[in-house]
Design a binder for this molecule. Structure first.
Ligand code: PHE
Length: 339
């Protein structure tokens, strides 16, 4: 019996040694250790082993089983390692990886980032206000009378509770003055909403950039200098800026700002881009009444405000012919601005 077990062991070890693939490995496992395997068959012979030899034979049996199992495991590991090595040999790890599709910023975001960074260099801080506004912040505090056309149901989205979607970002002027004392120098980019018929140059939801500067002795010269510098930084030093008299309820005097760009190569023409003016003292009076203090006493402070359409800026900057392209999210359009 002992001799037989030794023979099984050496047969098994040399058979395993010669194995070259996984099916060979399985064959050997079944052939020696399986239900009908040689070692299994031999161990059935334990019954006939005389009592005094059982211990030695049992030990031998275990030793042989352990040796065969270990050899099978070792061979299995070697086969796996060889397989992995072969697989990796066909991969060139020095090749550049496949490019993943990258996201990009929306053209409006590009323009906004650019505009904000110029104005921040000039000392303007970012301010915010809600898109759902009270009539007071959007109109009354901005000296806009009850019967002003902008307040009409047909121009403004009203909620049943009397609130509205702000028609301009000028409401942030009021929000800011309610909580901060002069000097105030803020910009407020954000969405605005009007019940406009949608076409190539009008959207019912659009974007504005508001500016407000309140301090002692703020003049029209400050306003002009600020906007001229801003537009030349944005569109190039040859950009012409024109201030055309206009009317806004909350500024006096008021202007519309036109730009003439010379960088685009096309025949230069004037484009209307912003509204602005010197803050009407009536606005400071409204704010003072609401605050209940003298921080915005109209006889001691003055200010300027401006508001411009960001969508319009993007159209000019990128030569976009139709505003609707900005909200359609067509990747073929947006891809052109990803950088
Ligand atoms: N709120 C005005 C508009 O939407 C623009 C404006 C802002 C004008 C600030 C003057 C001062 O048309």
């Amino acid at each position: 019996m002992l001799a037989e077990l030794d023979a099984i062991k050496s047969d098994a070890l040399s058979a395993i040694e010669a194995i070259t693939d996984e099916s060979g490995l399985e064959e050997a496992r079944v052939g020696f250790l399986g239900k009908k395997g040689r070692l299994t068959a031999a161990s059935a012979g334990m019954r006939d082993v005389p009592k005094e030899q059982k211990k030695d034979v049992g030990q031998k049996l275990n030793e042989v089983r352990t040796a065969i199992t270990a050899a099978l495991e070792e061979k299995g590991a070697a086969l796996t390692a060889a397989k992995d090595a072969a697989a990796f040999a066909s991969i060139d790890a020095t090749l550049p990886s496949r490019p993943l599709p990258e996201g990009g910023l929306h053209p409006l975001t590009h323009v906004l980032n650019e505009a904000v960074s110029i104005l921040r260099r000039m000392g303007f801080a970012l301010a915010e206000g809600p898109e759902i506004e009270t009539e007071w912040h959007c109109f009354d505090a901005l000296n806009t009378p009850e019967d002003h056309p902008a307040r009409n149901e047909s121009d403004t989205f009203y909620f049943e509770n009397g609130k509205l979607l702000r028609t301009h970002t000028s409401s942030v002027q009021i929000r800011t003055m309610e909580k901060e004392v002069p000097p105030v120098r803020i910009i407020a980019p954000g969405s605005a909403f009007r019940r406009d018929e949608i076409d190539a140059t009008h959207l019912s939801a659009f974007h504005q950039l508001e500016g407000l500067y309140v301090d002692k002795n703020v003049t029209l010269a400050d306003l002009k200098g600020t906007l001229e510098y801003f537009f030349r930084e944005l569109f190039g030093s040859k950009t012409e800026v024109r201030f055309r008299p206009h009317f806004f309820p909350f500024t006096e005097p008021s202007f519309e700002v036109d730009l003439k760009l010379h960088a685009t190569g096309k025949a230069a023409k004037w484009i209307e881009i912003a509204g602005c003016g010197i803050v009407d003292p009536a606005v400071f009076s409204e704010v003072s009444t609401k605050r209940g203090d003298a921080a915005y006493n109209p006889s001691e402070i003055s200010g300027f405000a401006f508001g411009m359409g960001l969508d319009r800026l993007a159209m000019i900057m990128y030569g976009i012919p139709d505003l609707r392209l900005l909200i359609e999210n067509d990747v073929r359009f947006l891809q052109q601005f990803a950088k």
